[in-house]
Design a protein around this ligand. Structure first.
Ligand code: PLP
Length: 280
């Protein structure tokens, strides 16, 4: 298949799939999701993403309609149906179906999966960032489908010709970006926001920390500010599809780009791990 859609057991070409209007996602965006890459038909970091899906679901009192092992088996089976093994794997669990009513419906949650061709972005070309105040809610640790502030912020970045929008909370503390985590290197140490309720604990973030530890780069999981971002030696964003991206501008001003040695070493480590774990 070229682009696969799966909904509660029904499989088809994505463009032909029909979803019931009464799925709670239509009323409330009531669900949780994961997005990750697959190469050579191997799903990278599957356990970590499935664990996070279950954690997100539990925090919203959504019962995933199968066990972790069943879900992993299903995802691996769906990947095998594809014409290419280089894919974006997206899945979400929504809180069942019913009439529009805030109270939870009775009955099982719905499972959606999509598979579309995609390759890893392993570019070392620096990107530009904008910043904007983080007006999202206080549950950013949950990977929910309620993404309107992130959508608005990302569009602002796109319209400014930039790669990402970095969020800061009132007072200046940097949290994360619209669809990635952000980190800085200063005086040889990597600073990354702690995994509290203000950020999503990114899987790529965890792998960046692992790479730092392997390379002997100290890591400080402490909050940093807008001022720190603007004066950083390096600025790095991470996400599962764009695992190690370097920034050269923040809000139109030159920034980062002072520790190419550290950036390149981290980039090599992170991309190398992806390539070796998904080798044929
Ligand atoms: N933060 C936000 C808000 C995101 O949407 C994402 C990815 O979608 C990330 C961080 C990065 O998470 P991961 O590294 O698990 O892809």
């Amino acid at each position: 298949m070229k682009e696969l859609g799966y909904y509660n057991g029904t499989i088809g070409e994505l463009s032909e799939m029909m979803i019931p209007m009464a799925d709670r996602v239509c009323w409330f965006g009531d669900g949780v999701y994961e997005a990750q890459l697959c190469r050579n038909y191997h799903i990278f970091t599957l356990d970590e993403h499935v664990d996070r899906l279950f954690r997100s679901a539990a925090l919203l009192k959504i019962e995933v309609p199968m066990t972790k092992e069943e879900l992993k088996r299903l995802l691996n089976e769906l990947v095998q149906k594809m014409d290419t093994g280089d894919l974006m794997l997206y899945y979400q669990v929504t809180r069942g179906s019913g009439k529009r009513n805030h109270a939870f419906p009775k009955g099982p949650a719905n499972l959606w999966v999509t598979l579309t061709p995609k390759t890893l972005n392993d570019s070392t070309e620096p990107v530009s960032l904008i910043t904007d105040e983080d007006t999202r809610f206080l549950h950013c640790n949950i990977k929910t489908l309620n993404l309107i502030p992130s959508v608005m912020a990302n569009q602002k970045a796109v319209e400014a010709g930039c790669y990402e929008c970095v969020f800061y909370r009132a007072g200046g503390r940097i949290t994360e970006c619209s669809h990635s985590n952000v980190h800085i290197i200063k005086d040889g140490t990597l600073y990354t926001a702690p995994t509290d309720h203000l950020i999503l604990a990114g899987i790529a973030r965890a792998h960046l920390i692992k790479a730092c530890k392997k390379l002997g780069i100290p890591v400080s999981e402490t909050p940093f500010t807008l001022d720190d971002l603007q004066n950083a030696d390096e600025i790095i964003t991470t996400s599962s599809t764009n695992p190690c991206i370097r920034a050269c501008k923040v809000d139109g001003k030159d920034a980062g780009m002072k520790r190419e040695d550290l950036f390149m070493a981290l980039h090599k480590e992170i991309i190398g791990e992806f390539l070796s774990d998904t080798a044929e």
